[in-house]
Design a protein around this ligand. Structure first.
Ligand code: TYD
Ligand code: MG
Length: 463
């Protein structure tokens, strides 16, 4: 019998089958068989190692933890400060970075700029493009003002050829744009399928670890928000970065979701300009919209993403809805919104049952921390009552199911940032307010609250 190049593995039970089937013959699950390359694997059903693992597969060296020299990894800065910040200082030798985001958000632009920066410090780089031709990449580089760029470009989508070229060219950093366009000739499935994406990424990761080349994989995110090949790559790579932002606004955030070489949840802020992405080193107030006078349904909060506080405007619109009113949120989790509406009703007596509720974090930011709760609830109430919050007002704090307002991490830092930007009134969790007798934050009147109904009373008293 001819040796099969690949077989199929059930993602539910791990059982294998030589052919693809709609239903797994082992566990009966539907649509779970995924093609797998049979590299050194035995035919399905046989024991891969025979009777003795030690005699056939050999053994590997075991070392005591205390005897392993712990050298800190060497990082090479790309020269783009905001990118280096999310990477934890720069590119790491043998590191694999996955950078995901919607099509057209700026992944190729940023990476071309980064490669050019690295190349100018004398590091050999390689840009592998599977989506655009060399001419298109060149056109983009001219547009970015990267004249006389020595970045080498290869238009190729076949994995084995790319790996061969990496061996010969020996770049220090290689960008694969994108992982969804690659295909391995070991598999028969189409490029972009889960099997291909997984196989190509796994192979490239092994190459990176073995040769020390730093590989950056570009991955497109599908409509549902999952990286095609549903997040299958995240566990394989060292660093996962996601591009966020509204393609209609010029601001882009790059967020570290996972980083074996640095802190997570650090964000880099960029503005898309005529000449590519430019870092925004002081992003504090870019996510505020400009109202000359306070308007109903708008509340500013201070969010702390990574190490920098940022002011973000949360907007809400509450309007009479039909028999099944809608709850829609952009930049804030929808389930969280539903929960906050229930808390508002139960503990503060604010009922939106027959109302449509829309909530938006201005500028396409995604706020993942619960410290946004108070601002979301205050903006909803403000819209419902048609009454704006006072001028220069900020709020932050988590709100629990029992209606209690819980402190946000590093509250003092948030308050100082708000004061620096000229905000004058703050409603914050009690534990975040400066202690009695301690130094006040200049220019800011702080109202500490312990419960949501108390926050509502304070706001009513101010207005
Ligand atoms: P791109 O990097 O191609 O996105 P991705 O690789 O994530 O799909 O970004 C493309 C968008 O950026 C495109 O809509 C045009 C815009 N752009 C600029 O505004 N200025 C520039 O200098 C460049 C190169 C692109
Ligand atoms: Mg691209």
């Amino acid at each position: 019998m001819a040796k099969e190049k690949s077989f199929y593995t059930c993602s539910e039970c791990g059982g294998t089958n030589p052919r693809w089937l709609g239903k797994c013959p082992h566990c009966g699950a539907w649509n779970t068989l995924v093609e797998t390359a049979s590299e050194g694997a035995a035919a399905p059903g046989k024991n891969r190692f025979g009777d003795s693992f030690a005699s056939l597969a050999g053994t590997a060296e075991v070392t005591m933890l205390s005897q392993i020299e712990a050298v800190d990894v060497a990082r090479t800065p790309t020269g783009i400060d905001e990118l280096d910040r999310v990477l934890g200082g720069g590119m790491v030798e043998g590191g694999v970075v996955l950078i995901g985001g919607d099509p057209g958000i700026g992944k190729s632009t940023l990476l071309l700029q980064a490669l050019d920066g690295l190349q100018r410090t004398g590091m050999p780089t390689l840009y592998v493009t599977g989506e655009e031709s060399g001419a298109q990449v060149a056109l983009r580089s001219r547009r970015l003002g990267l004249d006389h760029s020595e970045v080498r470009v290869m238009a190729e989508i076949q994995l084995q050829k790319i790996i061969g070229t990496l061996e010969v060219e020996k770049p220090a950093v290689a960008v694969i744009d994108s992982i969804q366009t690659l295909y391995s000739d070991q598999l028969t499935s189409a490029p972009g399928s889960v099997a291909q994406v997984r196989e190509c990424a796994a192979h490239l990761t092994r190459v990176a670890k073995a040769s020390g080349v730093c590989i950056v994989l570009v991955g497109h995110v599908t409509k549902e928000g999952a990286l095609a090949g549903p997040r299958v790559l995240e566990h394989m790579v060292d660093t996962v970065l996601y591009f966020e932002g509204d393609t209609h606004s010029s601001f882009r955030l790059v967020r570290a979701i996972k980083n074996r070489f640095g802190a997570v949840n650090e964000i880099g802020v960029f503005a898309m300009t005529e000449k590519g992405l430019k870092g925004v080193s002081n992003p504090s107030a870019i996510f505020l919209s400009q109202h000359s006078e306070p308007v109903p349904g708008s509340c500013v909060m201070v969010t702390l993403e990574g190490t920098r506080p940022m002011l973000v405007e949360v907007q809400a619109l509450v309007d009479s809805g039909g028999p099944s009113p809608r709850r829609l949120s952009v930049g804030i989790e929808r389930d969280r919104l539903a929960m906050l509406l229930a808390v508002l009703h139960r503990h503060a007596g604010v009922a939106c049952m027959d109302q449509d509720v829309f909530v938006n974090a201005v500028g396409g930011v995604r706020i993942s921390e619960p410290a946004a709760d108070l601002a979301v609830m205050l903006s909803i109430t403000s819209s419902l009552r048609g009454k704006p919050l006072p001028k220069g007002f900020i709020a932050f704090g988590e709100v629990g199911l029992a209606g209690e307002v819980r402190p946000a991490p590093r509250g003092q830092e948030r308050l100082r940032e708000a004061a620096k930007l000229g905000f004058s009134v703050a409603v914050v969790p009690k534990a975040n307010a400066p202690k009695k007798g301690s130094r006040e934050i200049e220019g800011l009147t702080i109202h500490p609250v312990e419960r949501i109904e108390q926050a509502m009373d304070v706001v009513r008293g101010l207005g």
